[in-house]
Structure formats: structure tokens, C-alpha cells
Design a protein. Structure first.
Length: 239
């Protein structure tokens, strides 16, 4: 579903951010993308979305990510941004959620059914007609996730989906992610959440993919994580 072939990128010529990344994510996989700050996780996401262009090749469902195919590629992708304020741009939650489905050609009746189904799944019915500037940070994060789910993409990308959430909403998000049939790539420092939602982990350090394997194995490897400025998930740490 997603393939990186020898992908490199640098914001400044002599300072590469990503170096020779190659990996595949199969349809239906749930993959965690982990690494300390500056590892290159957000840059990888931007390249996948076609917001940046580097060296090498990237494919989404067999379609190359390049200027001529961006509309087709982005229709397959749903991206939950780390900062929800950059994602919620309409006056109300409802207007944000229905915007994508309507622009994808759904009738208003069908789009409204989809919006209501997502809100019910997440337990967010009370947010439907709330104004975005009058809801809390945690509520806005949940609404941003709902907006992406309403578009029913084939691939869901999430950048720190559990940030700004209270424990209850964090658990709702985890349970929701676990039931989603889509291919998922989740970048997060919340390794307990990654352990709960992902079968596989990609560990990045200094712009290089240093480990790729089962989440239950890599997230229990204290020496590996600490060598790359990370710690064991809290519930595995013995604290």
C-alpha cells in the first residue's frame, strides 16, 4: 500500500534529514513510526503527502507520489495533523466533517449519514454543531480525527494522535484506531499507545531507519530504545 524506495531529503544541501529510506507497508497493516525529536518522522509524512519532494521514489497503492498524481494520491490518504488548529478551518465541527465527503462527490444526505456514524462511533454527538473556537484542545483533537474518518480514506496517517487528550479520550482514540480496517501509519512518542494499536514498528534515528519489526519485540528492547534516546513504554518499564 505504501512503498519508499531509497528516499532521501535535505532542507539544506549539506544537512540531510532523511537518508536512503526503503520500506513497504502492506494493505491493512497498522505501523508505528517512532524516534526521538529530529529523527525525521514529520518530514517522512510530508514526503508521503507530496508536501515536500526529495530523492528516490514513493508509491501509494502503486501510484507514484509526484506532481502529476497528487490529487489521486491524496484522495487515498487521510492525515491527522499534530496541531488540530491547522486542520479545523470551518466555523463548526459539522461543517469541517462534511466538507471532505461533499468535495469527494457524495450527496449531502449520504455525507450527513457518514458524519453522524463517525460522531456516534467516537461518542462525539454533542460536538456536532459546536463552534471550533469554543471547544477545548482535547475536543478539537477528537474532532480532527473525526473529520479524517468521515472521508473514509484508504490510508490513515496520524501525527501524535494522543497529544492533548485526557485519559478517557485517549482510550477512545486507541480503541477506535484498533477497529479501523484501513492501512495506518502512526507517528508518536506515546509508545504505550503504539504498543496498543500497532503490529509493527519503524524506528528512525538521525534520518535513518534503524529497526523495523514486530511492535511487541522492538518496544521491549530497552537497549535498542535507549541507544536512540527513547525509553520503554511505561507499562513495560517496571515503574
Amino acid at each position: 500500500m505504501i512503498e519508499f524506495q531509497h528516499v532521501s531529503f535535505a532542507y539544506e544541501k549539506e544537512r540531510p534529514v532523511l537518508r536512503d529510506l526503503s520500506f513497504k507497508i502492506e494493505k491493512g497493516e497498522s505501523v508505528g513510526l517512532i524516534g526521538a525529536n529530529g529523527a525525521g518522522k514529520s518530514t517522512l509524512m510530508k514526503l508521503l503527502l507530496g508536501l515536500l519532494q526529495g530523492e528516490g521514489r514513493i508509491f501509494v497503492d502503486g501510484t507514484p507520489v509526484e506532481k502529476s498524481s497528487l490529487a489521486e494520491v491524496r484522495r487515498k490518504l487521510g492525515f491527522v495533523l499534530q496541531n488540530s488548529d491547522n486542520q479545523m478551518f470551518m466555523p463548526t465541527v459539522y461543517e469541517d466533517m462534511i466538507f471532505g465527503p461533499l468535495n469527494y462527490g457524495l450527496s449531502r444526505e449520504e455525507a450527513e449519514r457518514r458524519v453522524d456514524a463517525v460522531l456516534e462511533r467516537l461518542g462525539l454527538q454533542e460536538l456536532k454543531h459546536r463552534h471550533n473556537h469554543r471547544i477545548s484542545g482535547g475536543e478539537k483533537r477528537m474532532a480532527a480525527i473525526a473529520t479524517v474518518l468521515a472521508m473514509d480514506p484508504e490510508v490513515i496517517l496520524m501525527d501524535e494522535p494522543s497529544s492533548a487528550l485526557d485519559p478517557c479520550n485517549r482510550r477512545v482514540v486507541i480503541n477506535t484506531i484498533r477497529t479501523l480496517p484501513q492501512t495506518k501509519l502512526i507517528a508518536s512518542h506515546d509508545l504505550d499507545m503504539i504498543l496498543d494499536t500497532c503490529d509493527r514498528v519503524l524506528l528512525m534515528s538521525g534520518g535513518v531507519l534503524v529497526a523495523d519489526g514486530p511492535a511487541q519485540t522492538l518496544l521491549r528492547d530497552r537497549a535498542l530504545l535507549e541507544a536512540h534516546r527513547m525509553e520503554l513504554p511505561f507499562r513495560l518499564s517496571g515503574c
